[in-house]
Design a protein around this ligand. Structure first.
Ligand code: NAI
Length: 246
């Protein structure tokens, strides 16, 4: 029960990696708060967790909305009095090659994947500073390290998240707050499983470990980085990618 008495907030926690992460922290005794736009999936997950006697709560929050995020944070503080771990997991893709990338498509991805991470962290950091402790974990991607065809907007956000991670680690380390990023490779969430079979085969072929990652593989990295076992790790990016060759 490593996370007993700790409150873990997971953005975009109703599906995919976020959902697996919520379950992983719940199994380790944490109180789990899930934010998502998808309130049907979010509430279903909460019902499932509550049936297992997990302390948890769902809030319908759009991470692009600074004030909405602030109000939801206040509700968590009013309810539980603390936020120990923030996992900035919510993310979207809207892929187009550069020559077809219009400003709206660019901006929508920036708003969720980059400004959303700023909004959530900015609204929570003062509570962590007051508590003198906290862990912030950001979802990057291997494409933020290597670039990727057709993903100008997405790659910009995932590289930007690494920059914010390193900056916040410097600003907050002396205050007892650790900040790290996880760079998943090719992970079998619903979104990825809908891709054409030949694309999936190609990606698996480039992965030395010979399989797609599972959401649980990423959840394992998050629970490790949030735990006391990672107490000397900050400002870094951990790739969880089966050794994928860019
Ligand atoms: P997903 O699409 O399965 O889940 C993302 C969740 O975020 C959804 O439930 C969605 O409703 C929510 N969301 C979207 N916009 C939101 C907003 N404005 N406010 C609140 N919630 C919002 O995605 P997946 O695959 O689980 O990815 C999770 C994170 O991991 C993302 O940041 C993604 O970029 C990153 N990642 C995923 C990889 C993969 O292969 N699946 C690879 C590398 C990184």
């Amino acid at each position: 029960m490593e996370f007993k008495d700790q409150v873990i907030l997971i953005t975009g926690g109703a599906a995919g990696i976020g959902k697996a992460t919520a379950k992983a922290f719940a199994e380790l005794g944490g109180t789990v708060v899930i934010w998502d736009l998808n309130d049907i999936a979010g509430k279903e997950l909460i019902d499932e967790l509550k049936a297992d006697h997990v302390s948890c709560m769902f809030q319908k929050v759009d991470v692009t909305q600074f004030e909405q995020v602030g109000n939801a944070v206040q509700e968590i503080i009013d309810t539980y009095g603390r936020i120990d771990v923030l996992i900035n997991n919510a993310g979207i893709t809207l892929d187009k090659t550069l020559k077809k990338m219009d400003p709206e498509t660019w901006q929508n991805v920036i708003d969720v994947n980059l400004t959303g991470v700023f909004n959530c962290t900015r609204q929570i950091v003062n509570h962590m500073l007051e508590a003198g402790q906290g862990v912030i974990l950001n979802a990057s991607s291997v494409v933020g390290l290597y670039g990727n065809f057709g993903q100008t907007n997405y790659v910009a956000t995932k590289a930007g998240v690494i920059g914010m991670t390193k900056t916040w680690a410097r600003e907050l380390g002396s205050k007892g707050i650790r900040v790290n990023a996880v760079a998943p490779g090719f992970i079998a969430t619903e979104m990825v499983q809908k891709m054409p079979e030949n694309v999936i085969e190609h990606m698996v072929g480039k992965t030395p470990l010979g399989r797609m990652g599972k959401p649980q593989d990423i959840a394992n990295a998050y629970t490790f980085l949030a735990s006391a076992k990672a107490s000397f790790i900050t400002g870094t990016v951990i790739s969880v990618d089966g050794g994928i060759i860019s």
